[in-house]
Design a protein around this ligand. Structure first.
Ligand code: LMR
Length: 417
C-alpha cells in the first residue's frame, strides 16, 4: 500500500468521527464565555466565588507560594506516587489526626491530578486487580462520574438516592438497590456535600450502608471533593472515618480543588485502605504502574502548595479559618436566596435550600426551566437544576431570584396544564 493510499484512508476515517456532545458542566462555561449579554450569571460549574464574584487566592496559599518562589526549587520529576511529604500531609486531613500509625501504614495514598484522576485511577485499579466490571452511582450524581467509570471499562448502573421533587435522600431505596447488587460491584458514595443534590444521608444512616456493603461484598469508592464545605472540615470526613473504623477495605478519592481554591493546579489524592501494611505496599506498586503508564507522575507546584500549608502550623490554622469563612458565607447566601424566592412565590416552601449542604443547591427546576433561564435571562445552571450557590452575591442575587421565581411559576403552570 502506498503512503498516499494509507493517508486517504485515514482521512476518510477522520471524516467519520462524529462531534462529541458538549460536557454538561464545563461545556456550559464555554457557552457562558461566548454569551455577549453583560448581565449574564454563571451558576453552572462548582467553583467557589467570593462576594466580589472572584475565585479567591487563599491567603495561606499566597503565603506558601511566596515561600516556594523564594526558595527557587528545581522542577525535577516527582515520585510517581507523589512526594512522601504530600502523602503524609494529606492522610490526617482525610482520615483524621487520631488515626494511629498502624492505621496509616495500611493506607496507600498517592497524589493524583485532581479528584477526577483519583476516581479514574481507582476505577482502572479495580477493573484490573479486583475483577470489577460494574459500578453503581447515585441517581442523580455528578455528571462526570459515569464517564470516568465507563472510561475504565466498567458498566455503570445506579442506586436510588433522590426521587424527583423529594427533599431528602431515599435511604430505603438506596439500601434495597445496594442489597440487590452483585458482589464485587463498585459503589460510588459521596462522603459529604452530595453533588448535585446537596442532600446528604443523615449521620445515623451510614451504619446501614456500611453493613449492606459488607454483607453484599461490594467495593466502596468514596468521593470527597467538598470537604470543609458542609458541616466543617472534621465533620465532613466522618463517613470516611466510619469506613476506616469498620475495617472494610475501601478507596477514597480526595480533591483539593475546592477547599484550597486550587482548581487549575489539579491536586488530588487516591487512598486505598487495605487490611495491613503489606497489602498496602503491593497496592501502591500497582497504582504506580497505572500512573506511570498514564501521566507518568503528578505535577509539582500545586502539591507543594498543599503540603506547605498543611505542614506549617500557622498556615494550616489560617487555611482552616479561611475555609470556615467560605463555608459560613455559603450558608448566608443560601438563606438570602431562600428568602428572596419566598418573597416571590408564596405557594412553595424554599427552606430546602438552607438544608442542602456544600456548594450546590438542587433547585427542583427541570431541564426546560434551566434552558429558559439560560436563553431568556442569561442565567447558567446545570440542566439537572443544580446551581452553584457561592456564585451569587449582592449584585446578582435579586436578579437570579426574580428569574428563578419566573421559572418556578412556569414549572407549576406546565404541571397543572
Ligand atoms: C462540578 O461539579 O461542577 C465540579 O466538580 C467541576 C467539574 O469538574 O465538573
Amino acid at each position: 500500500m502506498t503512503r498516499s493510499v494509507m493517508q486517504s484512508e485515514f482521512k476518510m476515517f477522520l471524516s467519520t468521527i462524529p462531534m462529541a456532545a458538549r460536557d454538561p458542566i464545563l461545556g456550559l462555561n464555554e457557552q457562558f464565555t461566548h454569551d455577549p449579554r453583560p448581565d449574564k450569571v454563571n451558576l453552572a460549574v462548582g467553583v467557589y466565588y467570593n462576594e466580589a464574584g472572584e475565585i479567591p487566592l487563599l491567603d495561606c496559599v499566597a503565603e506558601a507560594e511566596a515561600s516556594l518562589v523564594a526558595s527557587q526549587l528545581a522542577r525535577g520529576y516527582q515520585p510517581i506516587d507523589g512526594p512522601t511529604a504530600f502523602q503524609d500531609a494529606v492522610l490526617p486531613v482525610v482520615f483524621g489526626s487520631t488515626a494511629s500509625m498502624s492505621e496509616a501504614r495500611r493506607i496507600a495514598t498517592v497524589q493524583t491530578v485532581g479528584g477526577t484522576s483519583a476516581l479514574r485511577l481507582a476505577a482502572d485499579f479495580l477493573r484490573r486487580w479486583a475483577g470489577a466490571d460494574r459500578a453503581m452511582v447515585s441517581a442523580p450524581t455528578w455528571d462526570n462520574h459515569r464517564g470516568v467509570l465507563d472510561g475504565s471499562g466498567l458498566y455503570v448502573g445506579t442506586y436510588r438516592y433522590l426521587s424527583l421533587g423529594a427533599e431528602a435522600p431515599d435511604l430505603d431505596g438506596m439500601l434495597a438497590d445496594l442489597s440487590s447488587a452483585s458482589p464485587g460491584t463498585v459503589v460510588v458514595l459521596h462522603a459529604c456535600c452530595h453533588n448535585p443534590t446537596g442532600y446528604d444521608l443523615p449521620a445515623d444512616a451510614w451504619s446501614a450502608v456500611i453493613e449492606t456493603i459488607a454483607r453484599r461484598q461490594l467495593i466502596p469508592l468514596l468521593d470527597i471533593a467538598y470537604q470543609g464545605f458542609g458541616d466543617g472540615l472534621e465533620e465532613d470526613a466522618a463517613v470516611v472515618r466510619a469506613f476506616l473504623a469498620s475495617g472494610l477495605p475501601c478507596l477514597v478519592a480526595t480533591s483539593f480543588s475546592k477547599n484550597f481554591s486550587l482548581y487549575g493546579e489539579r491536586v488530588g489524592a487516591l487512598s486505598v485502605v487495605c487490611p495491613d501494611a503489606e497489602y498496602a505496599g503491593r497496592v501502591r506498586s500497582q497504582l504506580k504502574t497505572l500512573i506511570r503508564t498514564n501521566y507518568s507522575n503528578p505535577p509539582s507546584h500545586g502539591g507543594r502548595l498543599v503540603t506547605t500549608v498543611l505542614s506549617t502550623p500557622a498556615l494550616r490554622e489560617h487555611w482552616q479559618a479561611e475555609l470556615e469563612s467560605i463555608r459560613l458565607r455559603i450558608l448566608r447566601v443560601r438563606q438570602q436566596l431562600a428568602a428572596a424566592l419566598q418573597s416571590h412565590v408564596i405557594d412553595k416552601d424554599f427552606s430546602f435550600i438552607t438544608r442542602q449542604k456544600g456548594m450546590f443547591s438542587y433547585s427542583g427546576l427541570g431541564v426546560t426551566q434551566m434552558q429558559h433561564l439560560r436563553e431568556h435571562h442569561g442565567i447558567y445552571g446545570v440542566d439537572s437544576g443544580r446551581i452553584c450557590v457561592p456564585a451569587l452575591n449582592s449584585r446578582n442575587l435579586q436578579q437570579v431570584a426574580d428569574a428563578m421565581a419566573d421559572a418556578f411559576r412556569m414549572q407549576v403552570a406546565t404541571m397543572s396544564s
